[in-house]
Ligand binder design. Structure first.
Ligand SMILES: Cc1cc2nc3c(=O)[nH]c(=O)nc-3n(C[C@H](O)[C@H](O)[C@H](O)COP(=O)(O)O)c2cc1C
Length: 130
């Protein structure tokens, strides 16, 4: 059964290289585990969507929860899905525009169409904060 998890967490200010390292690890590990998803970082918080087989996601969530680079992992949504929203992305970094005014528009463009409306809304709300 395919599942999708959406969580947020808190991190101290991480450099671009540090976030890139997380993405590189994800790109290395996720394909073999058939995990796909997207990651946003706003300088203080992560929001990550991961999707795949339930067992693989539970194992990944355990590793992510133990990762000292962030804390306060809070699950926002967990659902069974028929199809992946991000089939082509081992882990896509979705950038948050500098200008608050253009964030919504940019996300509407960047987020994949298949994301459920409620999930999309949580991602957009996260990105327009602060
Ligand atoms: C916000 C965040 C998201 C992460 N996402 C993933 C991921 O999608 N896949 C992954 O393998 N590791 C991810 N990690 C890293 C894991 O916590 C862990 O460091 C890594 O899986 C260990 O893999 P390695 O033994 O191959 O180095 C993430 C870490 C953080 C802080």
């Amino acid at each position: 059964m395919l599942s999708q998890y959406l969580y947020i967490s808190t991190a101290p200010t991480l450099s671009r290289d540090e976030v890139d390292a997380i993405l590189a690890t994800s790109a290395r590990n996720n394909p073999a585990r058939e995990i796909t998803g997207l990651l946003l970082y706003n300088g203080r918080n992560f929001l990550q969507l991961i999707e795949g087989e339930e067992e693989a996601l539970v194992a990944l969530m355990l590793r992510i929860t133990e990762d000292p680079r962030h804390s306060g992992i809070t699950l926002l949504d967990r659902r069974a899905i028929e199809e992946r929203s991000c089939p082509d992305w081992a882990m896509k970094r979705v950038l948050i525009a500098e200008s608050i005014a253009s964030r919504r528009e940019m996300l509407e463009r960047e987020l994949p169409e298949g994301i459920a409306p409620e999930v999309r809304k949580m991602i957009v709300n996260f990105a327009v904060l602060n």
